[in-house]
Design a binder for this molecule. Structure first.
Ligand SMILES: [Fe+2]
Length: 376
């Protein structure tokens, strides 16, 4: 018996923000960052909230750590909200999720619900039960998982991503693509997650570069936003893999955007998982067949089925170029010798990462170190 969980109500498309008017008259805690507070989006949110009593916790930091979460919990306890509304990218959403989970553990449940309004198209955090908290001391990114962290309502309004700058659009878009690809081949893949991963990639194929080139292209923004959420539902109900295991571990030590790291890692991880693209003499490995099927679903063509796997890698590399993203860690601005020196530690950390266990092919410290070396 398997389970496919659909718990979050998705309000999507233009005017999806209108859903917030249902919170009028309630005590609403908004969790966001200092920048967001003075944006036109926040003014629109407040407008929709009508006569709600609003408290804003705006101390969200990039890569939230335990201190940021503790500060959020203090704000929660002081205000005692009926609803929590997270507004922002992964950091704001993850902070709100962990704060809510801790509040529930203390018996303080905001009964009017948990709302998430993402301002980037990528993390999938609005539909997942995961949050990542950084431990600055050990350089570890700790993924937490709990059903208490699942949103009741995700508001996918393209207006909320309209002002995301091109760099952020590219990074979060590549994150979404890595979610779809990893979910498709991950150990937990199933017919439902496959469908969402395929459709997510087809939408990204059509709309990601358009969103990057023209942030005001609202048709592209809307579909790229749904693509990211679809990829989120896919991985929530399948698994991720070593792109994320490695990316979490590198990101704990070096300041490179998560999606940018994923874009660097993806072609190397596909090559590794597919069997170094050489394949067994008996034909494609089961995982290579999955990648080939995904390439075919994307409409990519090749002379033979086995050539569909490199075609998928080439598709990602071309997308990376079109999005002006780096192809290696050094191109991403990391000091080469510092990075090389850290590889053994990062490989060890990645081997223990939660996402690594979902990878379709077993990957130990040695194999992970080889991939880390290849992307230098
Ligand atoms: Fe991710």
């Amino acid at each position: 018996m398997h389970r496919f969980q659909l718990r979050t109500t998705l309000c999507y498309g233009p005017e999806a923000l209108g859903e917030l008017s249902g919170l009028s008259g309630r005590r609403v805690l908004i969790v966001t960052d200092g920048f967001m507070v003075s944006t036109p989006l926040m003014a629109r949110v407040r407008d929709q909230l009508g006569d709600a009593i609003v408290e804003v916790f705006d101390q969200v930091q990039p890569n939230p750590d335990i201190n940021a979460v503790t500060a959020g919990l203090r704000a929660y306890n002081a205000f005692d909200p009926q609803a929590v509304l997270a507004i922002g990218g992964g950091s704001a959403i993850d902070t709100a999720k962990v704060v809510r989970k801790l509040a529930i553990e203390q018996g303080r449940h905001a009964e009017s619900g948990f709302f998430i309004l993402p301002t980037t198209s990528g993390t999938g955090s609005e539909v997942s039960s995961y949050a990542v908290v950084t431990d600055h001391k050990s350089h570890a990114k700790l993924p937490l998982e709990s059903s208490d962290m699942v949103a009741d309502v995700a508001i996918l309004d393209p207006e909320a991503v309209r002002t995301a700058p091109p760099r952020l659009t590219a990074d979060s878009g590549m994150d979404a693509i890595s979610h779809a690809v990893e979910a498709y081949v991950g150990k937990g893949h199933n017919d439902f997650s496959d469908a969402l991963a395929e459709k997510s990639l087809r939408l990204a194929h059509q709309y990601l570069v358009r969103s990057f080139l023209d942030g005001d292209d609202m048709e592209a923004r809307e579909h790229q936003h749904t693509a990211a959420t679809m990829a989120g539902i896919a991985f929530e109900n399948s698994s991720l893999g070593i792109v994320h295991g490695l990316s979490h571990s590198i990101g704990g030590s070096f300041r490179v955007a998560h999606g940018r790291l994923n874009g660097i890692l993806l072609p190397h991880v596909i090559a590794f998982n597919a069997g170094e693209l050489g394949f067994a003499p008996s034909g494609l490995t089961p995982t290579a067949r999955r990648y080939a099927a995904l390439a075919a679903a994307l409409g990519l063509t090749a002379a033979s089925q086995r050539n569909l796997v490199p075609a998928l890698c080439e598709w990602i590399k071309k997308l990376r170029r079109d999005l002006e993203m780096p192809a290696s860690i050094t191109e991403a601005g990391v000091n080469r010798s510092e990075y090389v020196a850290a590889i053994p530690r990062i490989a060890q950390q990645a081997a223990g990462d939660y996402c690594t266990s979902g990878n379709p092919v077993p990957a130990g410290t040695e194999q992970l170190a080889a991939i880390l070396t290849a992307i230098a």
